[in-house]
Write a protein that binds this ligand. Structure first.
Ligand code: ATP
Length: 251
């Protein structure tokens, strides 16, 4: 394995609030890494920094596949091979399911319309949405929107997939299906995945390594079974959320 992503000295201040402090991590090619932390810990800020949606404070190092991403616009970072999904699904309303996936591929590929459409159909089949290509996204269930979101992110042929709470709002059956899908995508595409999640049961069974954040700082890092027992992690959750080991969702 070689490092796909190397981050060091990553800081973000919003006025007086230090939302991310001296964050550093290395993600190896092919890993599934989880980012854990209570509400407001800085998880989404980290994704926003990695994808160029917001700029880091000076001095940051973000190296992806050997090249610096600092200062690049979001579309350039996407073109380098980083795709993300959002906490709240953002399908393009009024478009069909297939059109949504094809739009996900634009900007990162130069393929002809027909190629993009064929790839879109293949991805929809892979995420379990075959037969729904021409349906408007507006009628999709929440679980199907999550599947679409994954297909749309994969359409850009990413090397690193950043998932932001993919299980939020799903029932237990849908969560198990989505877990299976993510495992399959990871194995088949050789994708490197970073995952933010509050649904700890799903999270812990999916990720190989966890980085725990609190108040913008890394408080623990290690295999999931160690992290759920880590005193600093338990401390971060107690009082703010119901027991970390119980897989409770933050309010
Ligand atoms: N654009 C912004 N302007 C000011 N403060 C912000 C901004 N974005 C985030 N913050 C603050 O930075 C801190 C970290 O927020 P962030 O959204 O990264 O947390 P999080 O770990 O993703 O939380 P959640 O689990 O609730 O999504 C919070 O205190 C938040 O209010």
């Amino acid at each position: 394995m070689s490092a796909l992503l190397e981050v060091a000295g990553l800081n973000k201040r919003f006025g007086g609030l230090h939302a991310l402090r001296d964050f550093a991590c290395t993600v190896q090619q092919g890993e599934i890494v989880g980012i854990l932390g209570p509400n407001g810990a800085g998880k989404t800020t980290l994704y926003n920094l990695l994808t160029g949606f917001i700029a880091p404070d000076p001095g940051a190092r973000i190296v992806f596949d050997g090249q610096s991403l600092v200062g690049l616009a979001p579309h350039r970072i996407a073109a380098r091979g980083i795709s993300r999904t959002f906490q709240l699904c953002r399908p393009f309303a009024g478009l069909t399911v297939l059109e949504n996936v094809v739009v996900g591929a634009l900007g990162s590929q130069r393929g002809r319309g027909a190629d993009l459409e064929a790839r879109g159909r293949e991805l929809l089949a892979r995420v379990g949405l075959a037969g729904r290509e021409q349906v408007s996204v507006d009628v999709l269930s929440y679980g199907d929107q999550r599947r679409l979101e994954i297909a749309r992110a994969l359409a850009a042929r990413p090397r690193l997939l950043l998932l932001d709470e993919p299980f939020a709002g799903l029932g237990s059956g849908e969560m198990a299906d989505l877990s299976a899908l993510l495992r399959q995508v990871h194995a088949r595409e050789g994708l490197t995945v970073v995952l933010i999640e509050h649904k700890l049961r799903e999270f812990m069974s999916l990720v190989q390594r966890v980085i725990a954040l609190d108040f913008g700082a890394v408080i623990a890092e290690g295999p999931p079974e160690e992290i759920v027992r880590h005193p600093a992690v338990i401390e971060a959750y107690i009082g703010r959320e119901a027991g970390v080991a119980e897989g409770a969702h933050a309010p």
